[in-house]
Ligand binder design. Structure first.
Ligand SMILES: [Zn+2]
Ligand SMILES: [Zn+2]
Length: 131
């Protein structure tokens, strides 16, 4: 079981899904919606992800993409895409122990900032499979 939540504690979640698609996303939307240079994500089956405390705010960052975050402290928690309703992406760094789910590659590197130091992981200029 992986557990996590937002910075202030208003939102808590858990998942018993097997992490997949662990990646550092360098797209401009991840960057601008967090204020961080890139965002590390992993995915699980939607049915295996549960909010156990609070209620995240949601907004559409693109026509088909929805991001969830704590409306109190701003921590971004999850990303869902209308074309992949059975999957949910979770921000690795909102886990209680992010070391449990290390990234396997870098995606959307066509948008990567010039001063990001290469980390030795495979680079994919666009998404490996989904947005
Ligand atoms: Zn919060
Ligand atoms: Zn992104």
């Amino acid at each position: 079981m992986l557990t996590g939540g937002c910075y202030c504690g208003a939102i808590r979640y858990e998942t018993d899904g097997t992490p997949r698609d662990e990646t550092n996303c360098h797209c401009s939307i991840c960057r601008r919606t967090t204020g961080a240079p890139f965002v590390t994500w992993f995915s699980v089956q939607s049915t295996q992800f549960r909010i156990v405390k609070g209620r995240p705010a949601r907004f559409n960052s693109t026509e088909k993409g929805t991001r969830s975050f704590c409306s109190r402290c701003g921590t971004q928690i999850a990303f869902e895409h209308a074309d992949f309703p059975n999957l949910i992406d979770i921000t690795t760094s909102s886990l209680d122990n992010p070391d449990l789910v290390p990234p396997r590659d870098n995606t959307r590197t066509s948008s990567r900032l010039g001063w990001i130091v290469q980390n030795g992981l495979p680079n994919y200029r666009e998404s490996r499979q989904q947005g």
